[in-house]
Design a protein around this ligand. Sequence first.
Ligand SMILES: [Zn+2]
Length: 429
Amino acid sequence: MNNRTLLICIDGLAGAYLEDPSVNAPHLKKLIKEGSLVSRLTTTYPSVTWTANTSAITGCHPDRHGVLGNSVYDRTTNEIRHHWGDQLGSKEDIIKVSTLYDLLAEKGMKTASVCWPLTREATNISYNIPEFYDQALFEQYATPDFWDELKKTLPVDRYGEWSSDFALGDKQDWLTKEILLYILKEKDADFIMGHFLSIDSLLHDYGNRSSQVYDAITYIDELVGELMAYLDEQETDVILYSDHGHLDVHTAFYPNRLLNENGLGYSFTAVSNDGCLFVYGTDQTIDRQQEAKDLFQSLPYVADVLSTDAFPERGLPKIDLDEFGHTPDFIVELKEGYLSKDDVEAGELLGDSSYLATHGYSPEHPLLKGFMIASGPSFSSGSNIDEAHIVDIAPTIAVTRDIMPHKMDGDPLSSILTKGGNTIEEPAY
Ligand SMILES: [Zn+2]
């Protein structure tokens, strides 16, 4: 019987790294040995953080939860909007299905969350520090009493500064770990979520298999080790996973310049999700849509152009889920090595990329797949699985807490669950 669950996202770490002999991660390897490993965790389409982690915590694909990309177009204001930094508004307005923590809270359990995407104003998180890049938002939206309590012993007044600068990501993750430890020691939370970002940041800046990335993996492994040292004698389930991996990039592509140069700039707006781009037109420009699609398809660095008919099989909605109209008219997938940029001013179509690796591509590439490690009383030892989907995380945890996840898209990974744990029988769907 477990008495609490700790769920941690290690952002950007491909499952392949766990098999890389150059990786020094003794604490992760100990957890794999004691628990079970999903070697390859397929992520959402597109393979971006805010979409993927919303799928992890809801057990649903984006066509139901509504977070379609890191960046989308708001057709009511004609603006590009970014989810990152949790800028768009309340979780209750944005996520259109129940999350795992909602279901646990409804059963009377207490929940806590540190630096988790899209948790702003979440009503069912008792102790909540969302993932902001702006100190003023922390001050405004972190759970007030809890935030005041943390201020007495931890430098939470620097969370905004440390979260908004990739180079300070190690400090951000250190603070996240400290707050998680504080919750574990001082609070009666049954379900605790945390999100470490520095590996993802260093992958963007230095590329796959750089020394900086290997060092960052060792650093995060040490933070996990500190949490595990505290949890050693406790009946706690620990689930670690990654939301996506990265592909190396060398060239930036500017789709809005392409549209402008071809007289389509007034009709369409391209919104970058790095490895793919969403293209939005209006009802008045539908007759030029094929022209715009053909233009993108003719480029040698475009992998595919997807019409809305191709969205449902990838877990994206064909039609808008609400009045904001985030569903694009079509999606352009880029080939490995290229990422897209939103810039509209005149200039070259291609340029140097400031990132050396990124994601957002179609999720099939082996290096874009994450992993999941599950250890603790509810999980068996050594029952490894080659492949699962990120939507399977929430239903798997749900059954360890006696919740039947019948409304989720994903399935519980029954083969890694202990028979004598909280799972009484195979749930009916
Ligand atoms: Zn991510």
